[in-house]
Design a protein around this ligand. Structure first.
Ligand SMILES: Cc1cc2nc3c(=O)[nH]c(=O)nc-3n(C[C@H](O)[C@H](O)[C@H](O)COP(=O)(O)OP(=O)(O)OC[C@H]3O[C@@H](n4cnc5c(N)ncnc54)[C@H](O)[C@@H]3O)c2cc1C
Length: 466
């Protein structure tokens, strides 16, 4: 058996790793010049920046063990601390109602508490469409807190109204002591502990990308091939089976690769257009531009792993200080910041020169209480075109029909964040890759089993094994 995998992100690499370990001839085709996908780490002199802050957490004991073995001493076990920076005030994250109330005006305290209780007691009915993210937060935290924190943050991050966004992933991602649980707990009707985020996570010394460069080295060591800088341009098909794929680099140099099994982890709408050139459906992705700034004359920005910045008129959604994850992300005695700035691919924010964006960012950081201008040393940007799949209300059918379209070939599967257009964590993507490999190695699972790995509606982080 020979296998070809499109995309060298966590899903594609883990699939190839599993196959290479079992002696299968595997080739990965990656359009970027490096491996890792959204989990790559960019090196800039003595500094390292991920594409957004990443943490490795998983409930899968076997996967955690394998990553520990792969990285050995290079893997750090870190504690997380996150907060919300709002004007010059700082709130705990996960949201903690007493903490919010202790920093709010008497009027806001009353509004938040009344809104929260009204939701808990079922006295408030959200006006937002059922199944929308806006309605979910109204129900979970009350309308006033939604308007204060969640709605502006969500709309800035996703670029659409919170009422148009599906609540599909809300329960998996947002830790809640929701209003109903809080009231039941206060009245001692429940002893259940609130589900909360993982307090610890694993992180490689050289950035999250080290997991995937180490995996790529291991794949090559076992005889696998990784072709970077190339993407698929055509499939050769016969009898409803993919026979080979034609790949090309930016200069138009081409190759034909033949195999008996194919896994695609590239965006599913792109795959559909390759298989059926008449395909018109396009999915919506939110992009991120990361402004990476090295600082001189300041050793620490804060003790937070990351800070959310929900205000609508602040351009970034999160502030990351890479050395909080690994001390090797910045030289000793120095630090750096990375700002996550949501945008659309090729829009004004995506294309703005670094210097112009830096001026905006520094002004906004100042309103949040960080005057960094005197310390700025160097600045550069990194980009993620397909950072988030925009899951609009009602788009599930559209996604399903695209997935169905590409499912008509017995020896081709699609998986991962882009391949399934799902808002998943890296370990879920890795488990999908591993499951596909085991499937073709003779541990049959239904295709849907791969698609639904970690489909549960409850907070995913709460039982991680690190
Ligand atoms: C800001 C941010 C923070 C995150 N933080 C965390 C975190 O803390 N913990 C966590 O677990 N997860 C986190 N994630 C999610 C994590 O990054 C993804 O779940 C994971 O990268 C998905 O892996 P994947 O292989 O499915 O997709 P990707 O990482 O997107 O990899 C797909 C690969 O396919 C390649 N490709 C695309 N098109 C083509 C083509 N036409 N031809 C060839 N190759 C192609 C891409 O270049 C890429 O290398 C975060 C994501 C973001 C955006």
């Amino acid at each position: 058996m020979e296998a070809i995998i499109l995309g060298a992100g966590p899903c594609g690499l883990t699939a190839a790793w599993e196959l290479a370990k079992r002696g299968v001839k595997v080739t990965i085709v990656e359009k970027d010049n490096v491996v890792g996908g959204l989990c790559k780490t960019v090196r800039h002199g003595d500094y390292r920046f991920d594409l957004g802050g990443h943490r490795f957490i998983s409930k899968d004991e076997e996967l955690v063990k394998e990553i520990k073995t792969l990285l050995g001493d290079s893997l750090l076990r870190q504690s997380r601390k996150s907060s919300i920076r709002f004007k010059d005030r700082q709130f705990d994250y996960p949201i903690n109602i007493p903490n919010i109330l202790s920093q709010s005006s008497a009027r806001d305290c009353f509004r938040f508490t009344a809104g929260y209780l009204a939701s808990a007691l079922g006295l408030y009915r959200s006006k937002a469409a059922e199944g929308s993210f806006e309605a979910w937060v109204d129900k979970s935290f009350g309308r006033p807190l939604n308007e204060y924190f969640f709605k502006p943050y969500t709309e800035k991050l996703w670029g659409i109204s919170a009422g148009e966004l599906s609540d599909e992933w809300a329960g998996q991602r947002i830790s809640l002591l929701n209003a109903k649980d809080a009231v039941l707990k206060a009245l001692s009707f429940t002893k259940e502990k609130p589900r909360t985020y993982a307090a610890h996570y694993l992180y490689p010394k050289l950035g999250i990308g080290q997991i995937f460069t180490a995996m790529a080295d291991d794949i090559k060591h076992m005889g696998g091939k990784i072709i970077t800088g190339f993407k698929p341009v055509e499939f050769k098909i016969s009898d409803s089976k993919i026979k080979s794929v034609v790949i090309e680099n930016e200069t138009g140099e081409g190759k034909i690769l033949t195999a008996s099994r194919f896994l695609s982890t590239i965006p599913v709408d792109e795959l559909a257009r390759l298989l059926y050139p008449e395909t018109e459906e396009k999915l919506d992705y939110r992009s991120l531009r990361f402004l990476n700034i090295t600082l001189n004359g300041i050793a620490d920005l804060s003790n937070n792993t990351w800070m959310y910045t929900p205000e609508a008129d602040v351009i970034m959604t999160r502030i990351q200080e890479p050395k909080r994850r690994s001390h090797l992300s910045a030289p000793e005695g120095k630090t750096s910041v990375m700002l996550e700035i949501p945008c659309q691919y090729m829009d004004k924010t995506w294309t703005m020169p670094d210097k112009q964006l830096l001026d905006i960012v520094l002004a906004h950081l100042k309103t949040l209480g960080f005057n960094l201008r005197p310390y700025v040393s160097e600045v550069f940007s990194s980009y993620a075109h397909h950072a988030y799949p925009i899951l609009k209300l009602g788009s599930a059918d559209h996604v399903k029909s695209l997935r169905k379209k590409v499912a008509g070939f017995a020896n081709l599967a699609t998986a991962g964040r882009q391949g399934l257009f799902k808002y998943i964590f890296m370990d879920t993507a890795m488990l999908m890759g591993r499951q596909w490999a085991r499937n073709i190695l003779g541990e049959p699972v239904r295709r849907s089993t791969i698609e639904t790995i970690h489909n549960e509606a409850k907070l995913l982080e709460s039982e991680s094994m690190v």
